[in-house]
Design a binder for this molecule. Structure first.
Ligand code: GLN
Length: 550
Protein backbone atom coordinates (compact mmCIF):
# COMPACT_ATOMS: atom_id res chain seq x y z
CA UNK A 1 0.00 0.00 0.00
CA UNK A 2 1.48 3.37 -1.02
CA UNK A 3 1.77 6.02 1.65
CA UNK A 4 0.77 9.62 1.00
CA UNK A 5 2.52 12.72 2.24
CA UNK A 6 0.76 16.06 1.82
CA UNK A 7 2.78 19.24 2.03
CA UNK A 8 0.84 22.44 2.73
CA UNK A 9 2.07 25.96 3.39
CA UNK A 10 1.05 28.72 5.73
CA UNK A 11 1.72 32.32 6.78
CA UNK A 12 3.21 33.56 3.49
CA UNK A 13 3.81 32.31 -0.01
CA UNK A 14 7.29 31.71 -1.51
CA UNK A 15 8.44 29.70 1.48
CA UNK A 16 10.18 27.14 -0.67
CA UNK A 17 7.52 24.48 -0.35
CA UNK A 18 8.53 23.01 -3.69
CA UNK A 19 12.14 22.78 -2.65
CA UNK A 20 11.24 21.23 0.69
CA UNK A 21 8.91 18.71 -0.96
CA UNK A 22 11.61 17.83 -3.49
CA UNK A 23 14.14 17.44 -0.67
CA UNK A 24 11.82 15.07 1.17
CA UNK A 25 11.45 13.10 -2.06
CA UNK A 26 15.23 12.94 -2.41
CA UNK A 27 15.75 11.68 1.15
CA UNK A 28 13.13 8.95 0.76
CA UNK A 29 14.56 7.88 -2.60
CA UNK A 30 17.99 7.72 -1.08
CA UNK A 31 16.59 5.32 1.49
CA UNK A 32 15.65 3.07 -1.38
CA UNK A 33 11.97 3.98 -1.67
CA UNK A 34 10.09 4.54 -4.91
CA UNK A 35 8.63 8.03 -4.81
CA UNK A 36 6.18 9.90 -7.06
CA UNK A 37 5.81 13.63 -6.75
CA UNK A 38 2.84 15.82 -7.57
CA UNK A 39 1.78 19.46 -7.34
CA UNK A 40 -1.79 20.71 -7.01
CA UNK A 41 -2.29 24.35 -7.97
CA UNK A 42 -5.47 26.12 -6.90
CA UNK A 43 -5.60 28.71 -9.70
CA UNK A 44 -8.16 28.53 -12.51
CA UNK A 45 -5.83 28.35 -15.51
CA UNK A 46 -5.90 24.83 -16.91
CA UNK A 47 -2.10 24.93 -16.88
CA UNK A 48 0.50 27.68 -16.41
CA UNK A 49 1.25 27.65 -20.17
CA UNK A 50 -1.02 30.64 -20.74
CA UNK A 51 0.41 32.69 -17.87
CA UNK A 52 3.01 35.42 -18.14
CA UNK A 53 6.34 34.73 -16.44
CA UNK A 54 5.63 37.86 -14.39
CA UNK A 55 2.62 36.13 -12.90
CA UNK A 56 3.97 32.72 -12.45
CA UNK A 57 7.67 32.44 -13.24
CA UNK A 58 8.94 29.82 -15.61
CA UNK A 59 6.70 27.29 -17.31
CA UNK A 60 8.36 23.92 -16.80
CA UNK A 61 7.91 21.48 -19.70
CA UNK A 62 7.92 17.70 -19.23
CA UNK A 63 8.87 14.99 -21.71
CA UNK A 64 5.20 14.32 -22.48
CA UNK A 65 4.73 17.97 -23.44
CA UNK A 66 2.75 19.09 -20.42
CA UNK A 67 3.36 22.65 -19.39
CA UNK A 68 3.65 22.66 -15.64
CA UNK A 69 4.48 24.58 -12.52
CA UNK A 70 8.13 25.40 -11.92
CA UNK A 71 8.16 23.36 -8.72
CA UNK A 72 8.21 20.30 -10.96
CA UNK A 73 11.66 21.48 -11.99
CA UNK A 74 12.77 21.05 -8.37
CA UNK A 75 11.24 17.59 -8.34
CA UNK A 76 13.19 16.56 -11.43
CA UNK A 77 16.41 18.10 -10.17
CA UNK A 78 16.15 16.38 -6.79
CA UNK A 79 14.49 13.06 -7.56
CA UNK A 80 14.34 10.50 -10.33
CA UNK A 81 10.63 9.55 -10.24
CA UNK A 82 8.73 9.92 -13.49
CA UNK A 83 6.76 13.10 -13.95
CA UNK A 84 3.97 13.40 -16.49
CA UNK A 85 0.57 14.94 -17.02
CA UNK A 86 -0.64 13.43 -13.74
CA UNK A 87 2.03 15.25 -11.79
CA UNK A 88 0.41 18.70 -11.91
CA UNK A 89 -3.28 19.50 -11.54
CA UNK A 90 -4.93 22.90 -11.32
CA UNK A 91 -8.42 23.93 -10.28
CA UNK A 92 -9.03 24.71 -13.94
CA UNK A 93 -8.15 21.18 -14.98
CA UNK A 94 -10.24 19.61 -12.24
CA UNK A 95 -13.31 21.72 -13.11
CA UNK A 96 -12.81 21.16 -16.83
CA UNK A 97 -12.87 17.42 -16.29
CA UNK A 98 -15.95 17.54 -14.04
CA UNK A 99 -17.82 19.84 -16.43
CA UNK A 100 -16.99 17.61 -19.40
CA UNK A 101 -18.30 14.59 -17.48
CA UNK A 102 -21.46 16.52 -16.65
CA UNK A 103 -21.94 17.41 -20.34
CA UNK A 104 -21.55 13.76 -21.26
CA UNK A 105 -24.28 12.94 -18.75
CA UNK A 106 -21.99 10.84 -16.57
CA UNK A 107 -23.49 12.13 -13.31
CA UNK A 108 -26.82 10.50 -14.22
CA UNK A 109 -29.04 13.43 -13.37
CA UNK A 110 -27.47 14.30 -10.01
CA UNK A 111 -26.73 17.85 -8.94
CA UNK A 112 -23.01 18.36 -9.52
CA UNK A 113 -21.36 20.04 -6.52
CA UNK A 114 -17.99 21.03 -5.11
CA UNK A 115 -18.39 18.36 -2.44
CA UNK A 116 -18.39 15.53 -3.43
CA UNK A 117 -17.80 15.89 -7.18
CA UNK A 118 -14.90 18.32 -7.30
CA UNK A 119 -13.31 16.80 -4.20
CA UNK A 120 -13.73 13.28 -5.64
CA UNK A 121 -12.03 14.40 -8.84
CA UNK A 122 -9.13 15.83 -6.80
CA UNK A 123 -8.85 12.65 -4.75
CA UNK A 124 -8.84 10.53 -7.89
CA UNK A 125 -6.01 12.60 -9.33
CA UNK A 126 -3.96 12.01 -6.16
CA UNK A 127 -4.73 8.33 -5.71
CA UNK A 128 -4.01 7.58 -9.37
CA UNK A 129 -0.31 8.00 -8.61
CA UNK A 130 -0.38 5.28 -5.96
CA UNK A 131 0.33 2.37 -8.32
CA UNK A 132 1.51 -0.90 -6.71
CA UNK A 133 5.20 -0.19 -7.36
CA UNK A 134 5.12 3.19 -5.62
CA UNK A 135 6.06 3.43 -1.93
CA UNK A 136 5.32 7.08 -1.30
CA UNK A 137 3.33 9.74 -3.15
CA UNK A 138 4.28 13.27 -2.15
CA UNK A 139 1.62 15.82 -3.03
CA UNK A 140 2.41 19.48 -2.62
CA UNK A 141 -0.50 21.87 -2.37
CA UNK A 142 0.14 25.26 -3.96
CA UNK A 143 -0.89 28.50 -2.30
CA UNK A 144 -1.27 29.23 1.39
CA UNK A 145 -3.74 27.86 3.92
CA UNK A 146 -6.55 30.36 4.17
CA UNK A 147 -6.80 31.05 0.41
CA UNK A 148 -10.41 30.67 -0.71
CA UNK A 149 -9.44 28.82 -3.88
CA UNK A 150 -7.44 26.24 -1.93
CA UNK A 151 -10.40 25.03 0.13
CA UNK A 152 -11.62 22.19 -2.13
CA UNK A 153 -8.09 20.78 -2.22
CA UNK A 154 -7.76 20.91 1.57
CA UNK A 155 -11.17 19.28 1.92
CA UNK A 156 -10.11 16.54 -0.50
CA UNK A 157 -6.88 15.76 1.33
CA UNK A 158 -8.72 15.84 4.65
CA UNK A 159 -10.88 12.99 3.36
CA UNK A 160 -8.01 10.81 2.16
CA UNK A 161 -7.10 9.29 5.58
CA UNK A 162 -10.77 8.22 5.90
CA UNK A 163 -10.58 6.47 2.54
CA UNK A 164 -7.21 4.72 2.84
CA UNK A 165 -6.47 4.60 6.57
CA UNK A 166 -4.87 7.35 8.60
CA UNK A 167 -1.73 5.26 9.22
CA UNK A 168 -0.96 5.63 5.51
CA UNK A 169 -1.18 9.40 5.39
CA UNK A 170 0.98 12.20 6.70
CA UNK A 171 0.44 15.95 6.71
CA UNK A 172 3.48 18.21 6.70
CA UNK A 173 2.87 21.93 7.11
CA UNK A 174 5.48 24.51 6.21
CA UNK A 175 5.36 27.92 7.85
CA UNK A 176 7.46 30.98 8.55
CA UNK A 177 8.79 32.09 11.93
CA UNK A 178 9.74 35.72 11.32
CA UNK A 179 12.45 37.42 13.34
CA UNK A 180 11.43 40.87 14.51
CA UNK A 181 14.51 43.01 14.76
CA UNK A 182 12.84 45.64 16.95
CA UNK A 183 11.76 43.01 19.48
CA UNK A 184 14.91 40.94 18.91
CA UNK A 185 12.72 37.91 18.89
CA UNK A 186 11.45 35.16 16.66
CA UNK A 187 7.66 35.17 16.50
CA UNK A 188 5.67 31.95 16.56
CA UNK A 189 2.14 33.40 16.50
CA UNK A 190 1.69 33.37 12.70
CA UNK A 191 2.57 29.66 12.73
CA UNK A 192 0.09 29.02 15.51
CA UNK A 193 -2.65 30.80 13.55
CA UNK A 194 -1.85 28.95 10.38
CA UNK A 195 -2.07 25.56 12.10
CA UNK A 196 -5.28 26.68 13.80
CA UNK A 197 -6.76 27.34 10.36
CA UNK A 198 -5.73 23.90 9.17
CA UNK A 199 -7.22 22.25 12.24
CA UNK A 200 -10.51 24.12 11.70
CA UNK A 201 -10.68 22.41 8.31
CA UNK A 202 -10.01 19.10 10.03
CA UNK A 203 -6.34 18.60 9.25
CA UNK A 204 -3.94 18.07 12.12
CA UNK A 205 -0.38 18.36 10.81
CA UNK A 206 1.97 15.55 11.85
CA UNK A 207 5.12 17.52 11.16
CA UNK A 208 5.75 21.25 11.10
CA UNK A 209 8.68 22.60 9.16
CA UNK A 210 9.35 26.17 10.15
CA UNK A 211 11.35 28.39 7.86
CA UNK A 212 13.53 30.90 9.68
CA UNK A 213 16.23 33.37 8.75
CA UNK A 214 18.35 32.37 11.73
CA UNK A 215 18.24 29.40 14.13
CA UNK A 216 15.38 29.77 16.63
CA UNK A 217 16.27 27.03 19.11
CA UNK A 218 14.33 24.49 21.16
CA UNK A 219 12.57 27.05 23.31
CA UNK A 220 10.61 28.27 20.33
CA UNK A 221 10.09 24.93 18.61
CA UNK A 222 8.81 23.41 21.89
CA UNK A 223 6.37 26.27 22.24
CA UNK A 224 5.15 25.75 18.67
CA UNK A 225 4.75 22.02 19.42
CA UNK A 226 2.59 22.72 22.45
CA UNK A 227 0.35 25.30 20.79
CA UNK A 228 0.01 23.39 17.55
CA UNK A 229 -0.59 19.97 19.08
CA UNK A 230 2.44 18.42 17.41
CA UNK A 231 5.18 16.28 19.00
CA UNK A 232 8.24 18.28 20.00
CA UNK A 233 10.59 16.31 17.75
CA UNK A 234 8.20 16.89 14.85
CA UNK A 235 8.77 20.64 14.80
CA UNK A 236 11.72 21.07 12.51
CA UNK A 237 13.44 24.32 11.75
CA UNK A 238 14.69 24.97 8.24
CA UNK A 239 17.14 27.83 8.38
CA UNK A 240 17.90 29.83 5.20
CA UNK A 241 20.89 28.35 3.44
CA UNK A 242 23.94 30.50 2.98
CA UNK A 243 25.39 28.97 -0.17
CA UNK A 244 22.91 27.03 -2.15
CA UNK A 245 19.46 25.52 -2.23
CA UNK A 246 21.16 22.15 -2.65
CA UNK A 247 22.04 22.27 1.04
CA UNK A 248 18.38 22.03 2.06
CA UNK A 249 18.23 18.19 2.14
CA UNK A 250 21.33 18.06 4.36
CA UNK A 251 19.74 20.46 6.86
CA UNK A 252 16.59 18.34 6.99
CA UNK A 253 18.61 15.18 7.71
CA UNK A 254 20.34 16.94 10.58
CA UNK A 255 16.94 17.48 12.14
CA UNK A 256 15.99 13.84 11.61
CA UNK A 257 13.18 14.50 9.14
CA UNK A 258 13.67 11.37 7.03
CA UNK A 259 13.82 9.18 10.14
CA UNK A 260 10.67 10.75 11.53
CA UNK A 261 8.72 10.29 8.29
CA UNK A 262 9.71 6.64 8.03
CA UNK A 263 8.76 5.96 11.65
CA UNK A 264 5.41 7.69 11.42
CA UNK A 265 4.48 6.00 8.16
CA UNK A 266 5.89 2.62 9.26
CA UNK A 267 8.20 2.47 6.28
CA UNK A 268 11.03 0.01 6.64
CA UNK A 269 13.87 1.16 4.46
CA UNK A 270 17.56 0.69 3.83
CA UNK A 271 20.07 3.19 5.21
CA UNK A 272 20.12 6.72 3.86
CA UNK A 273 22.80 6.95 1.17
CA UNK A 274 24.08 10.49 0.91
CA UNK A 275 27.87 10.24 0.51
CA UNK A 276 27.97 11.37 -3.12
CA UNK A 277 25.48 14.14 -2.40
CA UNK A 278 27.47 15.38 0.60
CA UNK A 279 30.54 15.43 -1.65
CA UNK A 280 28.58 17.55 -4.15
CA UNK A 281 27.56 20.01 -1.44
CA UNK A 282 31.17 20.20 -0.30
CA UNK A 283 32.21 21.11 -3.85
CA UNK A 284 29.45 23.70 -4.07
CA UNK A 285 30.75 25.33 -0.91
CA UNK A 286 34.38 25.31 -2.02
CA UNK A 287 34.66 26.54 -5.60
CA UNK A 288 38.15 27.01 -7.05
CA UNK A 289 37.35 29.30 -9.95
CA UNK A 290 34.96 32.09 -10.82
CA UNK A 291 33.29 33.25 -14.03
CA UNK A 292 30.69 35.86 -14.88
CA UNK A 293 27.86 35.02 -17.23
CA UNK A 294 25.42 37.59 -18.60
CA UNK A 295 21.84 36.42 -19.06
CA UNK A 296 20.18 38.88 -21.44
CA UNK A 297 16.42 38.54 -21.23
CA UNK A 298 13.15 40.30 -20.83
CA UNK A 299 11.89 39.03 -17.47
CA UNK A 300 15.14 39.70 -15.66
CA UNK A 301 13.71 41.24 -12.51
CA UNK A 302 11.46 38.23 -11.90
CA UNK A 303 13.52 35.81 -9.83
CA UNK A 304 11.76 32.72 -11.14
CA UNK A 305 11.23 33.57 -14.82
CA UNK A 306 14.39 31.76 -15.95
CA UNK A 307 14.59 29.43 -12.98
CA UNK A 308 15.87 26.30 -14.72
CA UNK A 309 18.40 28.31 -16.72
CA UNK A 310 19.95 29.75 -13.58
CA UNK A 311 19.97 26.30 -11.97
CA UNK A 312 21.58 24.70 -15.03
CA UNK A 313 24.29 27.37 -15.08
CA UNK A 314 24.97 26.55 -11.43
CA UNK A 315 25.10 22.80 -12.15
CA UNK A 316 27.73 23.35 -14.82
CA UNK A 317 29.60 25.52 -12.31
CA UNK A 318 29.48 22.66 -9.79
CA UNK A 319 30.93 20.37 -12.45
CA UNK A 320 33.85 22.71 -13.06
CA UNK A 321 34.29 23.63 -9.35
CA UNK A 322 33.42 27.14 -10.40
CA UNK A 323 31.37 29.83 -8.80
CA UNK A 324 29.27 31.34 -11.57
CA UNK A 325 28.26 34.93 -11.04
CA UNK A 326 25.18 35.65 -13.11
CA UNK A 327 24.68 39.19 -14.33
CA UNK A 328 21.01 39.57 -15.19
CA UNK A 329 20.65 42.07 -17.99
CA UNK A 330 17.39 43.61 -19.14
CA UNK A 331 17.45 43.44 -22.96
CA UNK A 332 15.73 46.81 -23.36
CA UNK A 333 18.30 48.43 -21.09
CA UNK A 334 21.05 46.93 -23.21
CA UNK A 335 19.38 48.43 -26.26
CA UNK A 336 19.57 51.85 -24.61
CA UNK A 337 23.08 51.65 -23.17
CA UNK A 338 24.76 49.42 -25.75
CA UNK A 339 26.54 46.09 -25.31
CA UNK A 340 30.01 47.58 -24.74
CA UNK A 341 28.84 49.10 -21.47
CA UNK A 342 26.43 46.45 -20.29
CA UNK A 343 28.46 43.39 -21.23
CA UNK A 344 31.83 44.70 -20.14
CA UNK A 345 33.96 42.05 -18.50
CA UNK A 346 31.58 39.09 -18.87
CA UNK A 347 32.99 35.67 -19.73
CA UNK A 348 29.90 34.31 -21.46
CA UNK A 349 26.52 35.50 -22.76
CA UNK A 350 23.29 33.53 -22.66
CA UNK A 351 20.06 34.59 -24.34
CA UNK A 352 17.11 32.54 -23.05
CA UNK A 353 13.67 31.77 -24.48
CA UNK A 354 10.74 34.14 -24.64
CA UNK A 355 7.75 35.46 -26.52
CA UNK A 356 6.87 38.79 -28.11
CA UNK A 357 9.11 41.44 -29.54
CA UNK A 358 9.93 43.59 -26.52
CA UNK A 359 13.68 43.48 -25.96
CA UNK A 360 14.43 41.63 -29.19
CA UNK A 361 16.77 44.28 -30.58
CA UNK A 362 18.75 44.31 -27.33
CA UNK A 363 19.16 40.54 -27.50
CA UNK A 364 20.29 40.78 -31.10
CA UNK A 365 22.88 43.41 -30.14
CA UNK A 366 24.16 41.18 -27.34
CA UNK A 367 24.54 38.29 -29.78
CA UNK A 368 26.36 40.42 -32.32
CA UNK A 369 28.72 41.52 -29.55
CA UNK A 370 29.31 37.87 -28.53
CA UNK A 371 29.94 36.81 -32.11
CA UNK A 372 32.25 39.66 -33.02
CA UNK A 373 34.20 39.76 -29.75
CA UNK A 374 34.46 35.95 -29.59
CA UNK A 375 32.70 35.73 -26.24
CA UNK A 376 31.17 32.29 -25.55
CA UNK A 377 27.48 32.43 -26.48
CA UNK A 378 24.61 30.11 -25.68
CA UNK A 379 21.21 30.77 -27.31
CA UNK A 380 18.12 28.95 -26.13
CA UNK A 381 14.86 28.83 -28.10
CA UNK A 382 14.11 32.52 -28.75
CA UNK A 383 17.83 33.04 -28.09
CA UNK A 384 18.58 30.72 -31.03
CA UNK A 385 16.05 32.50 -33.23
CA UNK A 386 17.68 35.85 -32.39
CA UNK A 387 21.11 34.42 -33.24
CA UNK A 388 19.79 33.42 -36.66
CA UNK A 389 18.28 36.87 -37.23
CA UNK A 390 21.52 38.56 -36.14
CA UNK A 391 23.61 36.45 -38.51
CA UNK A 392 21.20 37.10 -41.38
CA UNK A 393 21.31 40.85 -40.86
CA UNK A 394 24.97 41.37 -40.11
CA UNK A 395 26.72 38.57 -41.99
CA UNK A 396 24.38 37.69 -44.86
CA UNK A 397 23.51 41.36 -45.30
CA UNK A 398 19.75 40.79 -45.22
CA UNK A 399 19.08 44.08 -43.47
CA UNK A 400 15.43 43.55 -42.58
CA UNK A 401 15.70 39.85 -41.66
CA UNK A 402 13.35 38.97 -38.83
CA UNK A 403 11.07 36.35 -37.36
CA UNK A 404 7.52 36.40 -38.68
CA UNK A 405 6.53 36.45 -34.98
CA UNK A 406 7.77 40.05 -34.85
CA UNK A 407 7.27 41.33 -38.37
CA UNK A 408 4.75 40.25 -40.97
CA UNK A 409 6.28 42.63 -43.52
CA UNK A 410 9.88 41.44 -43.49
CA UNK A 411 11.37 40.49 -46.86
CA UNK A 412 13.42 37.82 -45.11
CA UNK A 413 11.50 35.76 -42.56
CA UNK A 414 14.53 33.69 -41.52
CA UNK A 415 12.44 32.42 -38.62
CA UNK A 416 8.90 31.46 -39.59
CA UNK A 417 5.83 29.73 -38.24
CA UNK A 418 6.04 25.93 -38.05
CA UNK A 419 3.82 24.31 -40.67
CA UNK A 420 1.82 22.50 -37.98
CA UNK A 421 1.09 25.80 -36.22
CA UNK A 422 -0.61 27.50 -39.16
CA UNK A 423 -4.16 26.52 -38.33
CA UNK A 424 -3.82 26.86 -34.57
CA UNK A 425 -6.39 29.13 -32.91
CA UNK A 426 -6.49 27.80 -29.35
CA UNK A 427 -3.59 29.15 -27.27
CA UNK A 428 -3.42 26.56 -24.48
CA UNK A 429 -1.20 23.49 -24.99
CA UNK A 430 -0.88 23.96 -28.75
CA UNK A 431 2.80 24.77 -29.26
CA UNK A 432 5.37 22.23 -30.41
CA UNK A 433 5.80 20.74 -26.97
CA UNK A 434 7.81 18.14 -25.12
CA UNK A 435 10.52 15.65 -25.99
CA UNK A 436 11.58 15.49 -29.64
CA UNK A 437 14.42 13.46 -31.12
CA UNK A 438 17.30 15.30 -32.75
CA UNK A 439 20.15 13.94 -34.85
CA UNK A 440 23.53 15.62 -34.34
CA UNK A 441 25.99 16.53 -37.09
CA UNK A 442 29.28 14.67 -36.57
CA UNK A 443 32.29 16.84 -35.95
CA UNK A 444 30.37 19.74 -34.44
CA UNK A 445 31.01 21.17 -30.99
CA UNK A 446 27.54 20.03 -29.99
CA UNK A 447 28.09 16.43 -31.05
CA UNK A 448 31.36 16.46 -29.14
CA UNK A 449 29.67 17.84 -26.02
CA UNK A 450 26.89 15.24 -26.03
CA UNK A 451 29.15 12.36 -27.05
CA UNK A 452 26.26 10.60 -28.84
CA UNK A 453 24.70 10.93 -32.27
CA UNK A 454 21.02 11.24 -31.33
CA UNK A 455 19.49 13.13 -28.43
CA UNK A 456 16.06 13.88 -27.04
CA UNK A 457 15.29 17.35 -25.75
CA UNK A 458 12.17 19.27 -24.71
CA UNK A 459 10.59 21.94 -26.86
CA UNK A 460 8.12 24.78 -26.43
CA UNK A 461 7.78 27.02 -29.47
CA UNK A 462 5.68 27.91 -32.53
CA UNK A 463 8.38 29.28 -34.85
CA UNK A 464 11.41 27.65 -36.44
CA UNK A 465 14.48 28.22 -38.58
CA UNK A 466 13.23 28.86 -42.14
CA UNK A 467 14.66 25.98 -44.25
CA UNK A 468 14.69 28.15 -47.40
CA UNK A 469 17.69 30.03 -46.04
CA UNK A 470 19.60 26.98 -44.84
CA UNK A 471 22.19 26.92 -47.63
CA UNK A 472 22.92 30.60 -47.43
CA UNK A 473 23.57 30.32 -43.69
CA UNK A 474 25.78 27.26 -43.83
CA UNK A 475 27.84 28.63 -46.70
CA UNK A 476 28.52 31.75 -44.64
CA UNK A 477 29.63 29.76 -41.58
CA UNK A 478 26.55 29.19 -39.43
CA UNK A 479 26.59 25.40 -39.25
CA UNK A 480 23.57 23.22 -38.71
CA UNK A 481 24.63 21.01 -35.80
CA UNK A 482 21.38 19.13 -35.29
CA UNK A 483 18.09 18.48 -37.06
CA UNK A 484 14.90 16.50 -36.58
CA UNK A 485 15.51 12.87 -37.71
CA UNK A 486 14.08 13.47 -41.19
CA UNK A 487 16.30 16.51 -41.54
CA UNK A 488 13.46 18.97 -42.03
CA UNK A 489 13.70 21.04 -38.83
CA UNK A 490 16.89 22.80 -37.83
CA UNK A 491 17.26 22.34 -34.06
CA UNK A 492 20.84 23.49 -33.43
CA UNK A 493 23.16 26.01 -35.09
CA UNK A 494 26.73 26.85 -34.21
CA UNK A 495 29.55 29.02 -35.50
CA UNK A 496 32.62 27.18 -36.69
CA UNK A 497 35.15 29.99 -36.33
CA UNK A 498 34.29 31.08 -32.80
CA UNK A 499 35.46 29.80 -29.37
CA UNK A 500 31.95 28.62 -28.42
CA UNK A 501 28.77 29.80 -30.12
CA UNK A 502 25.92 27.30 -29.88
CA UNK A 503 22.21 28.01 -30.19
CA UNK A 504 19.41 25.47 -29.76
CA UNK A 505 15.72 25.53 -30.57
CA UNK A 506 14.90 23.38 -27.51
CA UNK A 507 15.22 23.88 -23.76
CA UNK A 508 18.25 22.00 -22.43
CA UNK A 509 17.70 23.63 -19.02
CA UNK A 510 14.85 21.20 -18.30
CA UNK A 511 17.20 18.25 -18.26
CA UNK A 512 20.07 19.39 -16.08
CA UNK A 513 20.60 18.06 -12.57
CA UNK A 514 22.97 19.24 -9.85
CA UNK A 515 25.05 16.06 -10.00
CA UNK A 516 24.58 15.60 -13.73
CA UNK A 517 24.97 18.96 -15.44
CA UNK A 518 23.71 19.26 -19.00
CA UNK A 519 26.49 18.72 -21.61
CA UNK A 520 25.89 22.03 -23.37
CA UNK A 521 25.85 24.03 -20.14
CA UNK A 522 29.07 22.25 -19.17
CA UNK A 523 30.61 23.15 -22.54
CA UNK A 524 29.45 26.76 -22.28
CA UNK A 525 30.83 27.29 -18.77
CA UNK A 526 34.07 25.58 -19.70
CA UNK A 527 34.48 27.96 -22.63
CA UNK A 528 33.69 30.91 -20.34
CA UNK A 529 36.26 29.64 -17.87
CA UNK A 530 38.90 29.39 -20.58
CA UNK A 531 38.16 32.94 -21.64
CA UNK A 532 38.36 34.09 -18.04
CA UNK A 533 41.75 32.39 -17.59
CA UNK A 534 43.00 33.80 -20.82
CA UNK A 535 42.00 37.31 -19.85
CA UNK A 536 43.51 37.04 -16.41
CA UNK A 537 46.86 36.20 -17.95
CA UNK A 538 47.37 32.67 -19.19
CA UNK A 539 47.10 29.27 -17.65
CA UNK A 540 50.27 28.77 -15.66
CA UNK A 541 50.02 26.78 -12.44
CA UNK A 542 49.23 29.91 -10.42
CA UNK A 543 46.15 30.51 -12.48
CA UNK A 544 42.83 28.69 -12.20
CA UNK A 545 42.59 25.69 -14.48
CA UNK A 546 39.59 24.03 -16.01
CA UNK A 547 39.35 20.99 -13.81
CA UNK A 548 36.22 18.93 -14.33
CA UNK A 549 34.99 17.46 -11.08
CA UNK A 550 34.18 14.00 -12.35
N1 GLN B 1 8.53 32.83 -29.35
C1 GLN B 1 9.32 31.81 -29.95
C2 GLN B 1 8.44 30.73 -30.60
O1 GLN B 1 7.30 30.59 -30.24
C3 GLN B 1 10.28 31.18 -28.98
C4 GLN B 1 9.63 30.42 -27.88
C5 GLN B 1 10.54 30.15 -26.70
O2 GLN B 1 11.58 30.77 -26.55
N2 GLN B 1 10.11 29.26 -25.82
O3 GLN B 1 8.90 30.01 -31.42
Amino acid sequence: MSRHIFVTGGVVSSLGKGLTSASIGMLLERRGLKVRMQKLDPYLNVDPGTMSPYQHGEVYVLDDGSETDLDLGHYERFTSGILNRDSNYTTGQIYLSVIEKERRGEYLGRTVQVVPHITDEIKASILALATPDVDVVITELGGTVGDIEGLPFLEAIRQIPLDIGKENVMFIHLTLVPYLKAAREAKTKPTQHSVQQLREIGIQPDILIVRTERPIGREHTDKIALFCNVEKKAVIEEVDKEFSIYEVPIGLIEHGLDELICQKLHLSTGPLKMDDYRALVHRIRNPRNEVTIAVVGKYIEHRDAYKSIYESIDHAGFHHSTQVIVKRIEAEELERQGPEIMLKGVDGILVPGGFGMRGIEGKIQAIQFARECEIPFFGICLGMQCAVIEFARNVLGLADANSSEFSSETQHPVICLLEAQKGVRYKGGTMRLGAQPCVLTPGTRTAEAYGVSEISERHRHRYEFNPEYRREFTEAGLQVAGTSPNGSLVEIVELANHPWFVAVQYHPEFKSQPHNAHPLFKGFIEAALLRHQHRSGGTNSERPQVRPMN
